[in-house]
Design a protein around this ligand. Structure first.
Ligand code: UDP
Ligand code: MG
Length: 309
């Protein structure tokens, strides 16, 4: 019998987690797989841990990985992938936005197409703010423009991966992980599966603006060097403007077509403009230096307090 793991990252999900477990369990019992659920408790500060502990004591097929603190969604999923050694794995959110009832469909699609990845594409998203929908839409298109590879649009981490992908994923040494991008990057046969994303079952989003920005900058900085190129071109253009201006004024002085004394405003504009460009480009450079700094430290990606089952 083939083995299947369901990877569920959880952060402050006491309102849904029991229902999530029941719905996943319900689906799994109808399947022809030796299946396990891996819950990763990402440093929840509410009752999530005790609920998960209860579940994993009663049900041996439930593995509980408890982080020492909150490390973030991507680290939680990473830990899940690191700890599953099954033939197939499915990554799914704990808030039931991605319906567990689709699991059999994903498995069927995988078997039909002999795919290594079945990634879920959202046809519709219910119950999310206009801001989230728009920012996501614009960001993913922007990212695709800048990065070397083309990512499928409107997908999240909800997907099925097989042992080949798991094996390759486990070779990634980088600590800043943008998982959906990395899985695309691995290649092999990846096929889409279309579905309608539901509203959060209960509780509220664990992705406030701050986390969204840090997620987006990991995606951008780890998958594109184009911002550096942009900084370089900006520098190049300003140098050209500078040379042109220098020539213009020198010849102006010689042939008397400029009146250089009354130039306070123009000097201020030039100083501020070039100062701005310099800070901007140093800032871009700084982002990449920051990444290097984080990566060379070689800290572990997450710390596990305990593993049950
Ligand atoms: N999550 C996590 N750690 C975090 C934030 C979120 O493990 O620091 C989990 C969360 O419990 C959920 C999934 O990641 O299972 C997606 O989070 P959420 O539903 O809040 O994000 P949204 O759907 O609003 O983008
Ligand atoms: Mg959600």
């Amino acid at each position: 019998m083939k083995t299947l793991s369901i990877i569920v990252p959880c952060y402050n999900e006491e309102a849904v987690i029991e229902t999530t477990y029941n719905r996943i369990k319900n689906v799994l019992t109808g399947l022809d797989f030796d299946s396990h659920i891996i819950f990763i408790n990402d440093g929840s500060r509410d009752g999530t841990l005790s609920i998960l502990r209860n579940i994993s004591e009663k049900d041996e097929s439930v593995k509980l990985i408890n982080f020492s603190r909150n490390f973030g969604h991507q680290k939680a999923v990473t830990a899940g992938i690191h700890h599953c050694n099954s033939d197939l794995a499915i990554i799914i959110d704990a808030d039931l936005q991605d319906p567990p009832e689709l699991i059999p469909d994903l498995l069927r699609k995988q078997a039909e197409e002999q795919a290594n990845v079945v990634y879920c594409v959202r046809k519709k998203r219910v119950g999310e703010s206009k801001f989230k929908l728009w920012s996501a839409k614009i960001f993913y298109r922007f990212l695709n423009r800048l990065s070397e590879i083309n990512f499928p649009l409107d997908t999240g981490d909800f997907r099925l991966i097989d042992s080949r992908i798991i094996q390759e994923f486990n070779r990634f040494k980088e600590k800043g992980k943008y998982i959906r991008g990395l899985i695309s990057w691995i290649g092999f046969k990846q096929v889409p599966f279309y579905y309608e994303r539901e509203a959060r079952f209960a509780g509220e989003t664990k992705y406030p603006l701050k986390k969204m920005i840090s997620f987006a900058s990991t995606a951008l900085l780890y998958f594109s060097k184009k911002p550096l190129l942009l900084a370089t071109s900006l520098g190049f253009i300003t140098v050209l403007i500078g040379i042109f201006m220098a020539l213009w004024y020198v010849f102006g002085k010689i042939f008397g077509y400029t009146n250089a004394e009354s130039g306070w405003t123009s000097i201020m504009i030039v100083v501020i403009f070039f100062g701005g460009i310099q800070l901007l480009t140093i800032g871009v450079l700084g982002q990449y230096v920051g990444i290097l700094f984080d990566e060379v430290k070689e800290r572990p990606e997450y710390v596990i307090d305990e593993i049950v089952n």
